[in-house]
Design a binder for this molecule. Structure first.
Ligand code: ADP
Ligand code: MG
Length: 210
């Protein structure tokens, strides 16, 4: 997938993330302070505006870097820094990439994960977006080749990662104070992570079918 098509894919992701505000709000109300949906909406609205403008990405890496910077500048909260870092660190690890294929996406996700580790200090099992991201990274590292062919298994792995967060007790962020009362509820940031991959998958597979 070239940079122009990746831009269109991310415009689809942005629009669907904005539309996901109510569900993300609902889950952050259960275990956090209820602002995760609003933060994501704000960030992805800004991304949608960027991508609807005449901005011409030089390559896939620069596009994803710009998306990360836009999120970081507009979102605020823990997730602004975390998701901004995911995109920025991920983009830096695929410098100069002209195409997004399964291997480039794997490198992007792994680089992004490292950035999130360095920035936030959380680890797998802490009930954060890391739990969805790690699951996606593990699967993506076993795949190579066509993006549309492999995105479904990457997105499914992230969704399973979200499911797994229900069984976890939050040890970081605002949900930390809830302790065991966070049990049974999925982590909203993990849900956002899985949604992003699911919406990428939707676009990529629909494009192949068209
Ligand atoms: P805030 O916690 O500032 O209210 P949000 O509600 O927007 O921010 O985002 C909360 C989400 O951010 C959590 O559900 C979790 O997935 C993610 N998060 C919080 N802290 C960290 C961290 N240190 N590392 C990774 N993800 C984190
Ligand atoms: Mg919150």
């Amino acid at each position: 997938m070239d940079a122009v098509t990746t831009k269109d894919m991310m415009a689809h992701v942005a629009q669907k993330m904005v539309a996901s505000e109510p569900v993300l709000t609902k889950y952050d109300q259960a275990i956090g302070d209820g602002d995760h949906g609003i933060g994501m909406e704000r960030g992805f609205k800004a991304v949608a505006e960027l991508l609807a403008s005449d901005y011409q990405p030089e390559d896939v890496s620069k596009l994803l870097l710009k998306i990360g910077s836009t999120m970081m500048a507009t979102m605020g909260g823990a997730s602004g820094a975390i998701f901004g870092t995911l995109f920025r660190s991920g983009a830096k690890s695929i410098k100069g990439a002209q195409e997004l294929d399964a291997q480039t996406l794997a490198a992007f996700l792994a680089g992004g994960l490292q950035g999130v580790y360095d920035r936030g200090g959380a680890k797998p099992g802490d009930k954060t977006m890391i739990d969805a991201l790690v699951a996606a990274v593990e699967v993506s590292e076993t795949l190579e080749g066509d993006l549309a062919e492999h995105l479904p298994s990457i997105a499914d792995a992230a969704a399973l990662g979200v499911e797994a967060t229900k069984q976890m007790i939050a040890t970081t962020g605002k949900a930390k104070t809830l302790g065991e009362r966070s049990l049974g509820h999925p982590d909203p940031g993990a849900m956002s992570m899985a949604f992003i991959l699911q919406f990428m998958c939707e676009f990529a597979t629909e494009q192949v079918a068209a």
